[in-house]
Design a binder for this molecule. Structure first.
Ligand SMILES: [Zn+2]
Length: 235
């Protein structure tokens, strides 16, 4: 490596460290098996943008709060396996059971919460309901998070945060989630890398319940319908 290459490489590290370089690391970060560098559950630039948004929301009487941001593969695995058991006990089986879990929950290794770019938000200034992540709280007038939802709809894009699982009826995949936002500058980059590099083999683990129902053709269709079934601004 000559001196100029060394300097260019050296200088770019701090500015581009949220982008992925090494292939093996890349696969692990994209699937939540390795954490990116995080601040408050988000990557640094996303966390900084979120803090600025939070400050502005506060001036409007909204206490913007992250209910859930980064989630590891193993955390998602425990959510997945818990729902698998619950729905199996209710009599569901086969792909019907998988589709039921997929209404709101991703297969471990495929959640955007693995990336440090996405957050579920609520408003701590409101009276807290028992089940916060419930769409009517956000979209119904008089809902406890309706003020938050209106504010976010108008203002979040100025901070590069976009609603991911919109109400758009032409969108496929996960149900409408008015609490879930993505930080566009990193998240679009990650999705492109995900689509290019991840196969079923990267997300499997011996502990994954229902894994025998999944094969590569199913996984390709799932990626199209669910992982790419998002707000088109984030594609
Ligand atoms: Zn979420």
């Amino acid at each position: 490596m000559n001196r100029q290459q060394f300097l260019l490489g050296f200088l770019t590290i701090p500015f581009y460290k949220h982008f992925l370089h090494e292939t093996s690391d890349e696969l692990l970060v994209l699937t939540g098996k390795k954490s990116p560098v995080l601040h408050n559950g988000l990557q640094f630039s996303a966390s900084k943008a979120f803090a600025a948004m939070k400050k502005e929301a506060h001036a409007s009487g909204i206490h913007l709060h992250i209910a859930s941001a980064y989630r590891s593969y193993f955390r998602q695995l425990s959510i997945w396996n818990g729902k698998y058991e619950r729905y199996r006990n209710q009599g569901l089986k086969g792909l019907e059971l998988i589709h039921k879990i997929n209404e709101f929950s991703a297969i471990p290794g495929t959640s955007r919460h693995h990336w440090g770019t996405d957050a579920d938000v609520l408003d701590l200034a409101a009276m807290q309901p028992k089940n916060p992540l419930f769409a009517p709280h956000y979209v119904n007038s008089g809902g406890v998070y309706n003020k938050l939802y209106d504010w976010m709809s108008k203002n979040a894009p100025r901070f590069d945060f976009y609603e991911t699982y919109t109400k758009d009826l032409t969108r496929t995949g996960f149900q409408f989630e008015p609490w879930h936002y993505s930080y566009l500058p990193i998240a679009t980059e990650y999705l492109a890398k995900y689509n290019k590099n991840i196969s079923l083999v990267n997300i499997l683990s011996p502990e994954l319940k229902g894994k025998d129902l999944l094969d590569e053709p199913y996984f390709r269709r799932y990626l199209q319908k669910y992982i790419n079934g998002i707000n088109t601004k984030l594609l």
